[in-house]
Write a protein that binds this ligand. Structure first.
Ligand code: 13P
Ligand code: ZN
Length: 275
């Protein structure tokens, strides 16, 4: 099969376009990666060709050695992924040490995988160790989440609780909460390490004044997670724009009742009493 005919590639392109339509990907903002299944890579094997040299990833991910990934290119626009996928995205394979990658398809006019490849691969490695079914990592510049990083304390507990309060379904969609990374220079190993540490606890990591990272088992779940978090952030921005306090809200006991009925565990550290 041709790469562009494969369902996992179609799903990847659809998700990229969905993110673009939401307005989360100005210019080349954001990036997406997918850990390809064995049978999926075999289905497109005839269309793969090692074109370039092995290049350093910029970090080490031994648990992902010799695996294959579909990733967006650095400097490429989500706006163009569906229209010109061969220019915008690529399939890479990792070497036996999990230290280097090479391109097997895509980036037809040159280029390299996203500058956030270290974060994507370190997050995918953490998630794979927890649960083999995790395959997608998504970074977007979601407007309202970014806005909140200027006014809320950069604490996991505060972000989680404030987002949960904005929509009843939130604690059901992300019961583990969200983590927050203080402002850091993007694109390197340091921010990748900080993000992957949060991914040990959460499926969502918010980068202060930059955007968010989400991890999930498939494109629907991962996009749906980012969408839910950003929707809650939008409601919070609207609420804070109307008045600085809440007249009424969902209480800690309400969350405990919800947890019991929806069979989710909500960590008590997010259900603190507010002063
Ligand atoms: P890339 O174009 O290298 O993927 O970078 C975009 C981005 O959002 C960096 O955080
Ligand atoms: Zn970014």
């Amino acid at each position: 099969m041709k790469v562009l005919e494969a369902p996992f590639v179609q799903g990847f392109m659809r998700m990229a376009d969905d993110g673009w339509q939401q307005g989360w990907h100005e210019r080349n903002g954001g990036n997406l990666s997918y850990r390809i299944k064995h049978e999926e890579i075999e289905s497109v094997r005839e269309d793969l060709k090692a074109s370039g040299e092995w290049e350093p990833i910029g970090t080490v991910v031994p648990a992902l050695a010799e695996e294959y990934f579909l990733v967006t290119g650095s400097g490429k626009y989500f706006r163009n992924v569906q229209r010109d996928p061969e220019d915008s995205i690529c399939i890479i394979e990792l070497d036996s040490a999990g230290e280097r990658y090479r391109i097997l398809w895509g980036l037809a006019n040159g280029g390299r995988p996203t500058s956030e490849l270290p974060s994507h691969l370190m997050n995918l490695e953490v998630k794979k160790k927890q649960n083999e079914e995790y395959r997608v990592v998504y970074h977007c510049h979601a407007t309202n989440i970014i806005a909140l990083t200027f006014v809320l304390p950069l604490q996991d507990e505060v972000f989680t609780r404030e987002l949960w309060e904005m929509a009843t379904e939130c604690p059901v969609v992300f019961p583990d909460g969200v983590g927050v990374v203080e402002w850091m220079v993007p694109g390197g190993r340091r921010i990748a390490e900080a993000t992957s540490r949060l991914m040990e606890r959460y499926d969502v990591a918010i980068w202060a004044h930059h955007g968010m990272f989400c991890a999930g088992k498939d494109f629907d779940l991962t996009f749906g997670l980012a969408h839910t978090v950003e929707k809650a952030a939008e409601i919070l921005v609207k609420m804070l724009s109307m008045r600085p306090d809440k007249r009424q809200t969902i209480s800690p006991d309400n969350f405990r009742d919800l947890a019991a009925d929806f069979h989710v565990t909500l960590p008590e550290r997010f259900l603190y009493e507010k002063r």
